[in-house]
Design a protein around this ligand. Structure first.
Ligand code: SF4
Length: 291
C-alpha cells in the first residue's frame, strides 16, 4: 500500500495487488534498462511489508493475484520469502497466484528444496528477463548472466513446480548481431522448456545507458521489417521443442501481434510473420508502440 519510487510489473499482472518487498534491482547494470536506475537497492523492513499486507486486506475485498516488487524479489533469503508467503496465505486465502521477477542468479543460488518450499508456500510463477540466448548480446547489455546460467535457472524452477515466464527482446543485439541473437534465442527457448515465453521488441528507454550507444551510432536498431524477420528466425530455431509452451509476442512494443502455443502453432506463427512481412500496412505504427 506504500510504495517507494516508480513501480513496474509485467503486463499480465495488471490486476494484481503489488506488494513491494525490495526497492530497486540488486543487479541494476543492464544497459537497456532504466527502470530502477534512480533507486538504491535495499530490502524493505519485514514489519513494513507485513503491515502493507494488513492494510491491503482492509482495503480490498478480494485479491486473486499478488505480485512481489521490485526488480528481483526472489533475491530475498528463503526464510524472509516464506514469512511473506505465509502471511499472504493467512490474510488472503482466496489468492490464486503469487509471482515475482527473478534473476537467473537468484534462482540458481537457491537449492531445489528451497524452491519447492516456496512453491508449497504459494509462489506459483516467476518472470525471468532472459533478453537473448546469445552470450555476446548478454555480455554487451551487461546482463550479468550467461544463457547457460539462465537456462539452468528456468529448468530448475520448472522442475520444482514453479512456472517460468521468460522474456526475450527482439532487436536488442542491434542489426549487427541479429542472426546470432535470433539463432541462439530460438535454441535457448527449445532447451529451457519454460511454461511461457514472450518476445518484446526493443525500444530505447530514456535514461537507459544504451541510448548513448544508439545516439553515437554504435548500435543500430533493426527496422520494423528486420524485427519481424528476427522474430521469425527465433521461431524457426525453436523447432524440436518438446514441452508445450505458451508463446506471446503481442506486447505494446511489437509491430506484429503473435499468439499461440509452441510447438503446436509453430508453422502458423511463422506464416503470420510472412504475412506481416508482405503486408506492411498491417504493422503497428511507431506512434502506437510503447513499453
Ligand atoms: S533488466 Fe532486470 S536485472 Fe537488468 S537492471 Fe533492469 S531490473 Fe535489473
Amino acid at each position: 500500500m506504500r510504495y517507494e519510487g516508480d513501480i513496474y510489473r509485467p503486463p499480465s499482472e495488471a490486476y494484481s495487488y503489488l506488494l513491494q518487498v525490495t526497492v530497486g534491482c540488486s543487479h541494476n547494470k543492464c544497459t537497456f534498462c532504466s527502470m530502477y536506475k534512480n533507486k538504491r537497492f535495499h530490502i524493505r523492513k519485514m514489519e513494513d511489508i507485513l503491515e502493507d499486507l494488513e492494510m491491503a486486506r482492509k482495503a480490498y475485498r478480494r485479491v486473486d493475484r499478488i505480485f512481489l516488487c521490485d526488480g528481483d524479489a526472489l533475491c530475498l533469503a528463503n526464510y524472509k520469502l516464506l514469512t511473506i508467503l505465509e502471511k499472504i496465505r493467512e490474510l488472503f486465502p482466496e489468492c490464486e497466484r503469487v509471482s515475482s521477477y527473478a534473476r537467473g542468479s537468484d534462482i540458481n543460488r537457491k537449492t531445489e528444496d528451497e524452491l519447492k518450499e516456496l512453491k508449497a508456500a504459494g509462489l506459483s510463477m516467476v518472470y525471468v528477463g532472459a533478453e537473448s540466448g546469445s552470450d555476446e548480446v548478454l555480455r554487451r547489455i551487461k546482463k550479468g548472466s550467461t544463457s547457460a546460467e539462465i537456462t539452468a535457472a528456468v529448468q530448475k524452477v520448472e522442475r520444482c513446480g514453479i512456472a517460468a515466464s521468460v522474456t526475450f527482446i527482439s532487436g536488442i543485439g542491434g542489426q549487427e548481431l541479429t542472426v546470432e541473437h535470433a539463432v541462439k534465442t530460438g535454441q535457448m527457448i527449445r532447451e529451457m522448456e519454460a511454461s511461457y515465453v514472450a518476445i518484446l521488441t526493443f525500444m530505447p528507454r530514456p535514461g537507459a545507458p544504451m541510448c548513448e550507444a544508439i545516439a553515437n551510432g554504435d548500435l543500430v536498431i533493426p527496422s520494423p521489417i528486420e524485427a519481424i524477420e528476427e522474430i521469425k528466425m527465433i521461431l524457426e530455431n525453436t523447432r524440436g521443442l518438446k514441452k508445450t509452451c505458451v508463446f506471446r509476442s503481442n506486447h505494446a512494443s511489437n509491430y506484429l501481434n503473435l499468439k499461440g502455443n509452441l510447438p503446436e502453432d509453430l508453422d502458423r506463427l511463422i506464416e503470420m510473420c510472412d504475412y506481416g512481412l508482405s503486408h506492411q500496412e498491417m504493422l503497428k505504427s511507431e506512434m502506437l508502440r510503447m513499453l
